[in-house]
Design a protein around this ligand. Structure first.
Ligand code: FES
Length: 119
């Protein structure tokens, strides 16, 4: 999924096969004020990548590792106050930040390996 924003030095994340179809995986980089968290959701051959920061309060969406989906697996869920986001767009459809969006990140796949290449 192509995001909009500036490029960053490409970071190798994992192999596509390490994210089973229909699941998500979180990654974090840096520490302190430089800490950055992202997550990727895979549906078939399509990858959706976002900053792991809720537009409501900026906190990570998940409490448990790699758990980003609702029970129905049909939207992303912020476990802090229950906001829900469309998988394809990151648009918030329910909760205190309704109308706002998760920030997309830009990914690239080379020989099955996923790289984070943009903000
Ligand atoms: S921090 Fe996500 S809904 Fe409040």
């Amino acid at each position: 999924m192509i995001g909009q924003g500036h490029s960053v030095a490409p970071k190798r994340l994992c192999h596509v096969a390490e994210i089973p179809d229909g699941t998500a995986r979180g990654f974090s980089f840096g520490s302190g004020l430089d800490r950055r968290e992202i997550f990727i959701f895979r549906r078939g051959e399509t990858l959706y990548g976002y900053d792991n920061a809720c537009p409501h309060q900026g906190t990570p969406l998940n409490f448990l590792p790699d758990r980003f989906l609702t029970e129905e697996d049909d939207a992303f869920l912020c476990t802090t106050h229950g906001a829900q986001f469309t998988i394809e767009t990151g648009f918030c459809t329910l909760g205190p930040c309704r109308g706002k969006r998760l920030t997309k990140i830009e990914l690239r796949v080379e020989d099955g390996t996923i790289f984070w290449v943009g903000a």
